[in-house]
Design a protein around this ligand. Structure first.
Ligand SMILES: NC(=O)c1ccc[n+]([C@@H]2O[C@H](COP(=O)([O-])OP(=O)(O)OC[C@H]3O[C@@H](n4cnc5c(N)ncnc54)[C@H](O)[C@@H]3O)[C@@H](O)[C@H]2O)c1
Length: 343
């Protein structure tokens, strides 16, 4: 089976490509290597799997090149992961955000519709399509916010509201996925991801908060005493999902395409793997044996006080639930952060 992975040199893509190559599948990666770390992931994949797979240095906005690839390859599955991924960048450059996420996704879908209508298309959307969720009721507890009316997390019926250019461009893209399924029969599946983390993630202040703060913990472990900044009061909550579990999402949903086609799934670590920043810092401090010093800054635009995915639909439709608990995942993430910061 051929997997075409757009953004395949990013964090999610590199993990997915690695798993598919290890399983003996054919893999073609389309990536413009615009993300810091993508080139390292390309070399990492080559070091593990030789040149037994194909890399296309293509920008997802390049309609002609994307069409050429889809026409030539006619992949069994397209995992569409290439994207502008940071909320902050979408505010600084909303046109870039729109062109990459919304227009790029449309062009890819249209290429599939015309040249490879039997391909399955799996799209990585985001919980940001639900917007800031500012109108919900929250309980403020000592270390976290809790959404008072959603004790099991949010399912897919939560009202949509982009709230930011990033939220809008991803919402637009996922709606095209869903409607290319309804209008043209293209077999699309949308995943609304919560926070994800794991090896091959080159986190920044803007994106990949688990990785970013694991990096800060490793710096503290090695003697750094500077305080770092956080946005808000640290009580904001996310459910976190390890890379191993998200690879299983893509594989399992495509295996059950008769059920999953045209559907949208909230995908995250769930309530059992939910963490606030303060709770994360506490766990990290115990692991590295140092106190983490931080100062609170203004809240980010459209930041959600709490988001935890209710994964009931994914469990019912394709039998997926997360298997890597947050403690195990954090331990692995710390190891990766130590590797990334050689002494
Ligand atoms: N990581 C998370 O926690 C998270 C959460 C929600 C949604 N998502 C979504 O999952 C997808 C993958 O995320 P990730 O964490 O792997 O991000 P990433 O930044 O690590 O990877 C994205 C990849 O896409 C490539 N890319 C960016 N713009 C491109 C363009 N114009 N043309 C071709 N390639 C381009 C980058 O070079 C990079 O290799 C994204 O669409 C993101 O919006 C991620």
């Amino acid at each position: 089976m051929t997997w075409m992975i757009t953004g395949g040199c990013g964090f999610v893509g590199a993990n997915l490509a690695d798993a598919m190559l290890a399983a003996g599948e054919d893999v073609v990666i389309l990536d413009n290597l615009s993300r810091a770390g993508s080139r390292d992931n390309l070399f990492w994949l080559q070091s593990r799997h030789g040149h037994d797979w194909r890399f296309e240095p293509i920008d997802i906005r390049d309609d002609k090149e994307v069409s050429r690839c889809v026409r030539d390859i006619r992949p069994a599955v397209v995992a569409h992961l290439a994207g502008q991924v940071a909320m902050t960048t979408s505010l600084a450059n909303p046109r870039l955000d729109f062109e990459v996420n919304a227009l790029g996704t449309f062009q890819l879908l249209d290429a599939v519709r015309i040249h490879s209508p039997d391909s399955i298309v799996l799209y990585s959307s985001t919980n940001k399509v639900y917007g800031s969720l500012e109108n919900l009721r929250y309980h403020e507890k000592p270390t976290r916010y809790e959404a008072a009316d959603y004790p099991d997390g949010f399912d897919e019926t939560l009202p949509l509201d982009g709230s930011s250019p990033y939220g809008c461009s991803k919402l637009c893209a996922e709606q095209y996925c869903r409607d290319f399924s309804r209008a043209f029969g293209v077999r699309t599946v949308v995943f609304r991801h919560s926070s994800m983390y794991g090896g091959r993630q080159f986190a920044t202040f803007d994106q990949g908060w688990i990785g970013w703060f694991c990096g800060k913990a490793v710096e503290a472990e090695r003697g750094a005493e500077d305080a770092f900044s956080i946005s808000g009061n640290g009580k904001q909550v996310r459910d976190v999902l390890h890379a191993d579990d998200l690879v299983r999402v893509y594989r399992m949903a495509s295996d059950r395409i008769a059920t999953t086609a045209g559907k949208i799934y909230n995908i995250g670590g769930g309530m059992a793997n939910s963490l606030s920043l303060i709770e994360l810092f506490d766990r990290l401090e115990r692991r590295v044996g140092r106190t983490l010093r931080y100062r609170c800054g203004p809240w980010r635009a459209a930041d959600q006080k709490a988001f935890v995915a209710d994964g009931g639909r994914a469990l019912a439709d394709f039998g997926w639930r997360p298997l890597v608990d947050a403690s195990t995942g954090l331990e692995r993430m710390l190891e990766w952060s130590r590797e990334m910061q050689p002494q």
